[in-house]
Design a protein around this ligand. Structure first.
Ligand code: SAH
Ligand code: TYD
Length: 398
């Protein structure tokens, strides 16, 4: 991040850590809360959290998120691995935020030299079970130099949904610049500010999503570390992301896609205060509409649950004041979340077996970015008359 002044435009109030599910017997009064608010840097245009909880509180041994819980994401990362390895002979691949090895598993399966770096020990153990080597650590400039000294330079550094999670992104980028071999590339995929605004996806704003990338802000961010943005590609996953490719400055031709998307951002006034204020106003509208609908359903005697104990849902539930009185359970397939309570709002997380025909009248789609996959799995529920409630891009029932 640069040192320019950050102007706040949205306050989502007091929030817990989005992945801090409360275990049985744990004292819920010990939950950590912070003020979730978003601003934009007047100098480099980076949209960012105003207050950031300590990284060690968010990412630690028992961090519950597992990338492989979605078949769509497993497929996405298998294809991504194939692309990263194409046309490279005997590369060394490093991943920042390798989690359960969803990407490096495909790299390891081809016998390619690799290393993941991730502070989440339990997730790293899942990765190890797939034959993936992980160093359990936060990736920083110091660790990067260490990795280079021990393993040699990296031909590819990859990172998905991780560098936007770290306020020390400058250290990460300097580390990447130090670790990359000449001609190497750094490929990273993260949520796109343009998609968040277009979809009014206010639930993308969580403790872990510290930075919201646009092409403009990323050009400036990578430049500070001696890197250059050489390509951008829009991705449909997780509600709209960009795959950015950076390299040592001047070592690679810059794709016309970079200038094209920069021009599109200017056309859409993506960084204008008025555009951001309008997003904030639409966010408040979504809260009003969702609360009105859920209260009406409850008062009519409907059984309402939610689907997907996403980190994103912590923002929705806490910002809208949704507790067990409005949503009786949250269904989730991740074993590390089941049997626990949602952060801040204390709704029980139950396995998919607790869901199905006759078990609910309405399901609030917290995992809207996986809606197709989930609705295909739960077709019997829909066919028996079960309805789904969405709040992105606006509140509606299907
Ligand atoms: N890449 C996976 C996981 C994303 S979740 C995917 O896209 O699905 C974010 C992961 O980044 C977590 O496993 C977390 O432990 C890890 N992480 C957070 N900060 C990190 C850092 N500074 N260095 C390395 N990993 C980090
Ligand atoms: P995701 O939207 O990937 O990320 P975040 O937690 O950062 O918002 O989380 C999806 C959640 O939905 C995850 O807890 C797994 C769960 N899920 C299911 O329960 N069933 C499914 O079929 C899928 C695809 C996800």
């Amino acid at each position: 991040m640069c040192t320019g002044p950050v102007e706040e435009f949205l306050d989502l109030g007091r929030q817990p850590l989005s992945d801090a599910f409360v275990a049985p017997g744990e004292d819920p009064s010990r939950e950590y809360f912070f003020r979730l608010a978003l601003g934009r840097c007047a100098a480099c245009c980076m949209t960012q959290l105003i207050e950031v909880p300590p990284a060690e509180r968010m990412f630690h041994q028992t961090y519950p998120y597992r990338s492989s819980s979605s078949a769509v994401m497993r497929e996405h990362f298998a294809r991504t691995a194939e692309r990263l390895l194409a046309r490279r002979r005997d590369p060394f691949v490093v991943e920042i935020g390798s989690n359960d090895g969803v990407l490096l598993g495909a790299v390891a399966a081809r016998g390619v030299r690799h290393l993941g770096v991730d502070p989440s020990g339990d997730a790293a153990a899942d990765a190890a079970a797939r034959g993936v080597r992980v160093r359990v650590d936060f990736f920083t400039e110091r660790i990067a130099r260490d990795v280079r000294a021990e393993h040699g330079p990296a031909d590819v550094v990859f990172s998905a949904n991780t560098i936007s999670h770290d306020p020390n992104v400058n250290s990460i980028l300097r580390g990447v610049a130090a670790l990359l071999a000449p001609g190497g590339e750094f490929v990273f995929e993260d949520p796109y500010l343009g998609s968040v605004l277009a979809n009014t996806a206010f639930d993308q704003i969580i403790d872990e999503h510290v930075l919201f990338f646009s092409v403009r802000s990323v050009v400036a961010m990578v430049r500070r570390a001696g890197l250059e943005l050489v390509d951008v590609e829009r991705l449909p996953v997780h509600g709209g992301q960009i795959r950015f490719t950076a390299a040592h400055r001047g070592t690679r031709p810059v794709s016309p896609a970079v200038a094209e998307l920069l021009a599109e951002e200017d056309d859409q006034e993506l960084h204008d205060s008025a555009r951001l204020a309008e997003f904030a106003a639409r966010t408040r509208d979504r809260r009003r509409d969702l609360v009105v609908l859920l209260r009406r359903l409850r008062d009519g005697g409907a059984r309402v649950v939610a689907y997907g104990a996403t980190a994103k849902s912590a923002t929705v539930a806490n910002y809208c004041g949704l507790g067990p009185d409005l949503v009786s359970a949250v269904i989730d397939a991740t074993p590390t979340k089941q049997g626990r309570l949602t952060p801040g709002t204390h709704i029980p997380v139950e396995p998919p077996e607790a869901f199905g025909p006759g078990k609910a009248d309405y399901a609030l789609m917290f995992a809207w970015n996986h809606a197709e996959e989930i609705m295909a799995k739960e077709r019997a529920y829909s066919e028996s008359g079960g309805r789904w409630v969405f709040y992105v891009p606006e509140v509606h029932v299907v």
